[in-house]
Design a binder for this molecule. Structure first.
Ligand SMILES: *[C@@H]1O[C@H](CO)[C@@H](O)[C@H](O)[C@H]1NC(C)=O
Ligand SMILES: *[C@@H]1O[C@H](CO)[C@@H](O)[C@H](O)[C@H]1NC(C)=O
Ligand SMILES: *[C@@H]1O[C@H](CO)[C@@H](O)[C@H](O)[C@H]1NC(C)=O
Ligand SMILES: *[C@@H]1O[C@H](CO)[C@@H](O)[C@H](O)[C@H]1NC(C)=O
Length: 822
């Protein structure tokens, strides 16, 4: 008896030691509640069966051991889940790792090349860096398979990511299909070796959606800064047919992982000992210019620009009509063709850029001087641009990259980052540039304290009015002719003036719903019973009929459940009217800022409204065929249907009716003070980021139930953003929330919303997230989000002894007017 007991004891010791970090062919891992899970020797990683949130499916995976916020870093059978707990992971005697169910049905196997050596005694071990390695038990260096060569969506410290043409090495990351399904999703992050090697994110149809590179000796062009500089070290192996890199974390008590999300963004997350959850350290795309080829061939993307796209110097929009409605994909073409044979071409140096896509370019590493690069490019008629291949070191760099195609996916950095690109131009285009034919604009900014501003405002209005009047006279003649001619090619319903007049009882005052910025809005009822809202444009509108129709057509094509639907228009007898679907519950402000009606909006409804607006705005910014910048997002422009679903209205109106504008040349800031971002209010610069600012204000108003332009009268009062910022900094979050929803709101959700709101109203536009990121952020835990910086337009400290800035920050809602003259 004693002998048997001793034997059992020995056996238990034996199996215990094996179930540590490795498996042998005699020791399968069962889905038995986790007792047999492998744990790496240092206790950092764990391997076993798991189910993702929201499903019962079983997968074999690797995650961080003993971390409450579970993060799966690798999945074996990502495409073939096992239903039920019958799964087992075993190592065959020839060194293949297999996942099977109770009936020994194979669900996954490692593509292991078995050793021809008959004495092979395989063992699979989970290493402390998260790598699962199959090797010969007697020789740990004889790796026959490792999970680091077949990663899923996660880039771990020590993993080698990239591609090498000569060895065929290709390690890339594929997103999960969704957070509850590890099957390969739509997005792949990998390396392309064509031309000069670069890093790409591809979508489901293998089209690039993001690009980093080429490597310039110091960093990947397009990623001149990272938030991780103090956290990790990077290592690169680069040659003309190879790009491989890896990183290590400096502080061993910090965990870092990078993933491709199911939505196609890349993010870097960090865990510090003792924290409750992962925090996001970096993410990509950071702004719309990180979306591949946003501005088409020969276009330049500048996220801080008014319209984010412009043409390279010497180029013009290929399709000006599309360009004018922010449809940029067609890009730009040369104004003057190159004149290669006569050697009159020259170069324009374009500084601070992310180099264009180098998939079709060539590198010459040996060229030393920049003049030699130039000479080589000039010699070859197909060369369109050149740049330094290697800018590391102290000199002017070495080598050159030559492009022979259109220049695609250029981003401009206004903060001095990036490289120089030398673009080949015909003599004529170079000359026109140096003689100053370019867009010279002088900008007058009038911002002053209320009293002074009132005076200046009066002057400004007079100036504007005069300018309009002259233009109106010119336009008047043309308008009548146009009206008759062009109606037939408008592919949207045209309403008859008589019908509209009848439906609104001849624009009866009782049917007036309100007064928008561009004229009154009436409620109407068509004969068939459909209720409509009719916006009657004031006749002083400066826009030509032609432009009006173009714009209407753009808007008519927008279809989204969170946008008010345009049913048609009416252009007749000098009238211009827009006919919308009627929204039963009117606008959001009539609920939010009314002390009785605000009680009807519980937190659930408010959250739903926030999400709806965000989705509508995302559609306007990124998902519709056109890029629409709303420019006048505010509570009174959010309409509510019978189920209290929000719909953005007046979209595109600002652009549609601010007849003085073409893109990038804003002469008049339209919008509502309190919702305007600093760069827009002060410099007339608008972009998707100025809409994001307005959205942030809107969100914070929905949470607080207060208006942002409420307390502006005195320079000693803070505005709403300032108030929230102070409370936020002092950690008095509960006091931010509207009293009438205190009982109905889950704290986490509200906290996330406030934080996202604050991120949206940050002073610098480049710090604000784009709408797709906003939506992602709204769905995540607040502690994962970056910390917001101070909002724009916040009055801080005592403004008494700083008159100019005090005045700047305390302007009331009407006293900001910007004029931009030629
Ligand atoms: C290894 O063993 C598995 C299962 O026993 C078998 O399916 C596979 O073909 C073997 N591989 C090689 C290379 O012999
Ligand atoms: C990603 O890697 C796998 C395995 O090496 C390879 O089959 C696939 O083609 C790669 N995808 C891309 C886009 O490089
Ligand atoms: C060179 O210039 C001449 C005269 O301006 C012109 O006729 C000729 O076409 C040019 N050559 C090329 C190759 O463009
Ligand atoms: C011009 O450059 C292209 C691309 O680098 C190359 O294929 C071609 O041979 C060059 N032509 C000449 C005449 O050098």
């Amino acid at each position: 008896m004693r002998g048997i007991a001793f034997l059992l004891y020995l056996l238990s010791l034996f199996s215990f030691s094996i179930a540590g970090d490795s498996l042998t062919p005699t020791q399968p891992l069962l889905d038995d509640g986790g007792s047999g899970n492998l744990v790496s020797a240092g206790g950092r990683f764990e391997l076993g069966f798991f189910s993702p949130p929201g499903t019962q499916n079983r997968y074999v995976g690797i995650w961080y051991h003993n971390i409450s916020d579970k993060a799966i870093v690798w999945v074996a059978n990502r495409q073939s889940p096992i239903s039920g707990a019958s799964g087992r992971l075993s190592l065959t005697s020839n060194g293949t790792l297999v996942v099977t169910d109770g009936n020994s049905m194979p669900f996954w196997s490692s593509s292991s090349s078995s050793s021809s050596n008959s004495a092979f005694s395989p063992v699979v071990r989970l290493h402390d860096d998260g790598n699962l390695v199959i090797s010969d038990g007697r020789n740990n260096d004889s790796v026959s398979w490792q999970s680091f060569d077949f990663p899923t969506d996660t880039f771990l410290s020590g993993m080698r990511f990239g591609r090498d043409h000569s060895s065929g090495y290709n390690v890339n990351f594929t997103s999960w299909a969704s957070t509850s399904d590890p099957a390969p999703g739509s997005y792949v992050l990998g390396v392309n070796l064509d031309g000069v090697p670069q890093e790409f994110v591809w979508d489901g149809s293998e089209q690039p959606v993001g690009r980093l590179g080429p490597w310039n000796g110091a960093y990947m062009s397009g990623a001149p800064t990272t938030n991780l500089q103090d956290l990790v070290d990077y290592y690169f192996e680069v040659s003309s047919r190879k790009l491989i890199y890896w990183y290590t974390v400096r502080d061993p008590s910090v965990l870092v992982r990078a993933t491709v999300t199911p939505q196609g963004s890349a993010q870097v997350l960090m865990w510090v000992e003792g924290s409750q959850s992962w925090t996001q350290q970096d993410y990509y795309p950071r702004d719309p210019c990180d979306h591949y080829a946003q501005c088409g061939p020969n276009g330049v993307c500048d996220p801080t620009g008014s319209a984010i796209c412009r043409c390279l110097q010497g180029f013009q929009p290929k399709n000006p009509r599309n360009w004018a409605v922010w449809e940029w994909r067609d890009g730009c073409v040369r104004k003057t063709e190159l004149d290669c044979g006569n050697t009159t071409d020259g170069f324009f140096a374009f500084s601070n850029v992310k180099l264009p896509d180098s998939s079709w370019s060539t590198v010459d590493w040996s060229t030393q001087s920049l003049d030699d690069c130039k000479a080589s490019c000039l010699r070859n008629c197909s060369c369109t641009a050149y740049a330094r291949a290697n800018i590391s070191g102290s000199g002017s760099g070495s080598g050159c990259i030559f492009w022979t195609t259109n220049l695609t996916d250029i981003k401009h950095y206004s903060n001095g980052f990036g490289q120089d690109l030398y673009v080949r131009l015909a003599q004529a285009d170079l000359e026109s540039m140096s003689s100053g034919h370019g867009n010279k604009r002088s900008v007058a900014v009038i911002v002053a304290a209320p009293l002074v501003a009132t005076f200046l405002l009066a002057t400004a209005v007079t100036l504007l009015w005069r300018r309009r009047k002259t233009r109106n006279n010119k336009r008047k003649h043309r308008a009548d002719e146009e009206e008759a001619v062009e109606e037939e090619n408008l592919d949207m319903p045209l309403f008859d003036l008589g019908t509209i007049a009848e439906s609104t009882e001849d624009f009866c005052v009782d049917n007036k719903l309100g007064e928008g910025g561009f004229g009154p809005v009436y409620k109407g009822k068509l004969k068939e019973g459909q209720e409509i809202a009719v916006k009657r444009l004031s006749k002083t509108s400066t826009q030509g009929t032609d432009e009006f129709k173009n714009e209407v057509m753009v808007i008519a094509k927008l279809q989204h459940r969170n946008l008010v639907r345009l049913l048609g228009c009416c252009i007749q007898g000098g009238e211009r009217m827009l006919i919308y679907e009627y929204m039963l519950n009117g606008s959001l402000d009539t609920f939010l800022f009314d002390k009785d009606r605000c009680r009807l909006l519980d937190w659930g409804m408010r959250y739903n409204i926030i999400l709806g607006i965000a989705r509508g705005l995302l559609y306007l910014h990124h998902d519709s065929r056109y890029r629409i910048i709303h420019r006048d997002l505010k509570t009174s422009n959010i309409l509510l249907d019978e189920n209290m679903n929000p719909k953005i209205s007046d979209f595109g109106m600002a652009k549609l009716f601010g007849g003085d504008e073409t893109i990038g040349n804003t002469k008049r800031v339209v919008g509502t003070y309190g919702y305007m971002s600093p760069e827009y209010a002060m410099n007339g610069i608008f972009s998707v980021k100025s809409d994001v600012f307005s959205f942030g204000v809107l969100m914070l108003e929905i949470i607080t139930g207060k208006q942002n332009n409420g307390a502006y009268q005195s320079i000693h009062h803070q505005n709403l953003l300032g108030e929230i910022w102070s409370l936020w900094k002092e950690n008095r979050v509960a006091e931010i929330v509207d009293d009438s929803i205190h009982h109905s709101c889950p704290f986490d959700e509200v906290l996330t919303c406030i934080k996202v709101g604050l991120l949206c109203v940050q002073e610098r536009s480049e710090d604000r997230p784009i709408m797709s990121v906003v939506l992602q952020m709204l769905g995540s835990n607040s502690s994962l989000l970056p910390e917001p910086k101070q909002p724009g337009f916040v009055v801080t400290g005592n403004q008494k002894d700083n008159d100019s800035s005090g005045a700047l920050l305390s302007i009331n809602r009407l006293s900001v007017t910007i004029l931009e003259g030629r």
